[in-house]
Design a protein around this ligand. Structure first.
Ligand SMILES: [Zn+2]
Length: 258
C-alpha cells in the first residue's frame, strides 16, 4: 500500500468504527419518556406512532391520555382499549411512553406446557447469559389462558397511574392463540423502564389483548433478541419537565405492573 492508500484505509476504519458506536442499529431499543414520568401522570402524547415506527417494528407502550395498551408487532400497531378490544390506531396518534426495536430472534425456547408468568420469569432469568443487557421478547403460540388489563383514557388534571390501575378492567382469555410482545430490562433501568419482564398481548386475529398480568401456556415458543443499545428520548413537555422524578417509585411500580 502507498502512504495515501494507508491513510485512506485508516480513515475508512475510523468512519466504520464511529458509525458502529454512534448510530442506532437494528439492535437498538428506542424509548420515549420514562416509566416514572408515566407513573407521575405525564400522559400527553409526545411522539407519533409514525416516528416510533422508524425506530422499530416491535414494541409496547401506551397512547395519548393513557388511552389503552399499545402493541407494535411485525410493523403493525394495535391499541387495546379499556373494554379489552383491539383496534389499529392511526399512525398520527401520539404516545407518551413507548419502547421499540427491530426484532430479530437470537435465541428460541419451546416453553413447557402449563408454564405461568412466574415460572417463565424464573426459568428464563436462570438461563439468560447476562442480566445486564436488554432482551426484546416474543412469546408466540397457543395459550390455555391469558389474563390482561387495559387502562382508560384520562382527563386533566391527570391522576397518578397507581390510582388509575386500582380500578383497571381485567380480562381473562381462554384457549387463545396470539403473541406476547415486550422486553426484559436489567435492574439498573429502575426509574427509566420496568426492571424484569413487561409484556403486552395481542390475539392472532388482532381483536383483543392488553398488558399481561399472567398466563398459562399450551404450545408456545419464546424468542429473545439481545439488545445492547438503548436510546432514550425525553419529552419536550411541561408535565414531563415538572414531574417529581427524584423519589423511588419501586413499590408503586409493582402495584401498577401486577
Ligand atoms: Zn404495560
Amino acid at each position: 500500500m502507498t502512504v495515501s492508500k494507508v491513510k485512506l484505509f485508516i480513515v475508512g476504519c475510523l468512519v466504520l468504527l464511529s458509525m458502529s458506536v454512534c448510530f442506532a442499529s437494528d439492535e437498538a431499543l428506542t424509548q420515549v419518556s420514562t416509566i416514572d414520568a408515566l407513573m407521575a401522570g405525564a400522559y400527553d402524547g409526545v411522539s407519533t406512532l409514525g416516528e416510533m415506527r422508524k425506530n422499530g417494528d416491535f414494541g409496547i407502550g401506551t397512547l395519548d391520555t393513557l388511552d389503552g395498551e399499545l402493541i407494535l408487532l411485525d410493523g403493525v400497531f394495535y391499541q387495546v382499549t379499556a373494554d379489552g378490544a383491539a383496534v389499529k390506531p392511526d399512525i398520527s396518534s401520539k404516545t407518551p411512553f413507548a419502547a421499540v426495536t427491530f426484532f430479530t430472534a437470537d435465541k428460541a425456547l419451546k416453553l413447557k406446557e402449563g408454564s405461568n408468568f412466574l415460572e417463565f420469569t424464573e426459568s428464563t432469568e436462570r438461563w439468560f447469559p447476562s442480566h445486564n443487557i436488554f432482551y426484546a421478547v416474543k412469546l408466540k403460540g397457543s395459550f390455555r389462558s391469558v389474563k390482561t388489563r387495559s387502562v382508560p383514557s384520562q382527563k386533566k388534571p391527570y391522576r397518578p397511574l397507581a390510582e388509575i390501575v386500582k380500578t383497571q378492567p381485567v380480562f381473562e382469555l381462554t384457549n387463545v392463540a396470539g403473541t406476547m410482545v415486550g422486553f426484559w430490562c436489567p435492574p439498573f433501568v429502575k426509574g427509566i423502564n420496568v426492571p424484569g419482564y413487561h409484556l403486552h398481548f395481542i390475539t392472532s386475529d388482532g381483536k383483543a389483548g392488553g398488558h399481561v398480568l399472567d398466563f398459562s401456556t399450551a404450545d408456545v415458543t419464546a424468542e429473545f433478541d439481545d439488545t445492547r443499545e438503548f436510546f432514550l428520548i425525553l419529552p419536550d413537555d411541561n408535565d414531563f419537565d415538572k414531574a417529581d422524578l427524584g423519589r423511588d417509585r419501586t413499590t408503586e411500580l409493582k402495584a401498577v405492573e401486577k
